[in-house]
Write a protein that binds this ligand. Structure first.
Ligand code: SF4
Length: 401
């Protein structure tokens, strides 16, 4: 009988993309996907070590599996820290680095020739309309709070020709949205092709589709990227530019390599070249030593920049990082308070921005506008570009008939 697999993803779009490659390896050895974990012969967890909460969830799911009648083979992969790898190797049947995932077939007793580079594995896409395309993996930045450089290693850019070929195939099978993924897409480099050049090459691919990308590091977000975004019609007017703090001293402690003045200059240039661009950011509140005054600088940045969206995280130390050696001296109550203050500011600016759409016609794909605004539409046609008139606005969502 054909064996069944079930994949659980704890993490970001990169982890989802990794899982699509894991699924392809498993289907290559004739495993069949099941959405019912209790009937699976094999359970794969693609995890993210960035937050302790994700690590804790892995323990939670293992406890559940323990109680199943049918005990599946368990595999752990994704962004795993060395110290977690040791810990988890007693609990899982196999713990495997994502870059080694093509060896999974061998571990499961099938002698299939494996691809050298895991990014060359043709994925089993989880969406018909949207494709996650990794363009690079790893990170050289060593932000003081982040485990990614330890979990995924140094930056490796994928050959541009392989990226172009994967996108062409995705567009051929009907994909309308291409997400270019990497820990720092702005530092992409394949021989003479840097990130803006890659955007221009992808923009030339025949077909009707949108190009989105994540994540960007402000220090590498150059004028050349802004020009490419403005000139390439398929690149959507949306940018997530993680600032992490509005205070220069905290940014230094975070090892971010930019000042707030430089960050704001980049935003001003972007808004001048792409009027109406939708802007989101990532923020950490309560970084070790963050004073009330330093936090107030972040609140001021929020008021000044007027973000469309922000992903606000309360700082928690991750073992092995430089910041973990600093005293985590902002209490959880204070962190929650700071998170709430930023959310209140964001609510106001996001609503202000969204109200400007009322009465306007916008192009949408599924539940998102081209600017990546969430939109609620009656009688949605999944996977099709349609134009709708915006009738209402809330801080986190537009509505249309
Ligand atoms: S840029 Fe900084 S936060 Fe982003 S993955 Fe690299 S080290 Fe982590």
């Amino acid at each position: 009988m054909q064996k069944k697999y079930h994949i659980i993803v704890y993490g970001c779009q990169m982890n989802i993309s990794d899982s699509e490659r894991v699924a392809a390896v498993l289907e290559g050895i004739r495993y069949k996907q099941t959405s019912n974990i209790t009937e699976a012969d094999l359970v794969v967890i693609t995890m993210c070590s960035v937050r302790q909460s994700a690590v804790n969830r892995v323990y939670g799911i293992l406890e559940k599996i323990e109680k199943f009648k049918k005990k599946p083979v368990t595999v752990l992969t994704g962004c795993i820290l060395k110290k977690d790898k040791k810990k988890f190797s007693n609990l899982f049947n196999h713990v495997i680095d994502i870059k080694e995932i093509s060896n999974l077939s061998k571990l499961l007793g099938k002698n299939i020739k494996s691809k050298k580079d895991y990014l060359d594995i043709a994925p089993r896409y989880s969406s018909k309309f949207s494709a996650n395309i990794p363009i690079m993996t790893g990170c050289n930045n060593f932000c003081s709070y982040c485990v990614v450089p330890y979990a995924r290693g140094r930056e490796i850019s994928r050959p541009a020709k392989n990226i172009i070929s994967e996108i062409k195939n995705s567009v051929k099978r009907g994909c309308k949205e291409i997400w270019l993924l990497g820990q720092n897409v702005n530092s992409y480099k394949d021989k003479k092709t840097n990130f803006p050049k890659l955007l221009r090459q992808i923009n030339k691919i025949q077909g009707s589709f949108w190009i989105r990308f994540t994540s960007s590091h402000p220090k590498d977000f150059s004028d050349e990227v802004i020009s490419a975004m403005a000139e390439c019609k398929k690149v959507t007017p949306y940018l997530n530019l993680p600032v992490q703090s509005g205070d220069d001293q905290i940014l230094k402690l975070m090892n971010r390599h930019y000042t707030i003045k430089e960050y704001k200059n980049k935003i001003a240039k972007l808004r001048k070249k792409i009027p109406g661009v939708c802007l989101s950011t990532d923020i950490i509140v309560g970084f070790p030593g963050e004073t009330k005054k330093q936090f107030e600088n972040t609140a001021k940045l929020f008021r000044d920049v007027k973000y469309d969206m922000a992903y606000i995280n309360k700082y928690s130390p991750r073992h092995g990082t430089a910041a973990a050696k600093l005293k985590d001296n902002v209490s959880i109550i204070e962190k929650k308070k700071r998170e709430k203050i930023l959310n209140e500011i964001l609510k106001i600016t996001a609503l202000e921005k969204n109200k400007k759409y009322i009465g306007k016609e916008v192009e949408i794909l599924n539940d998102r506008t081209k600017e990546y605004k969430n939109i609620l539409v009656k009688n949605l046609k999944p996977g099709e570009f349609i134009k709708v008139k915006v009738t209402g606005a809330k801080p986190w969502r537009l509505t249309a008939n």
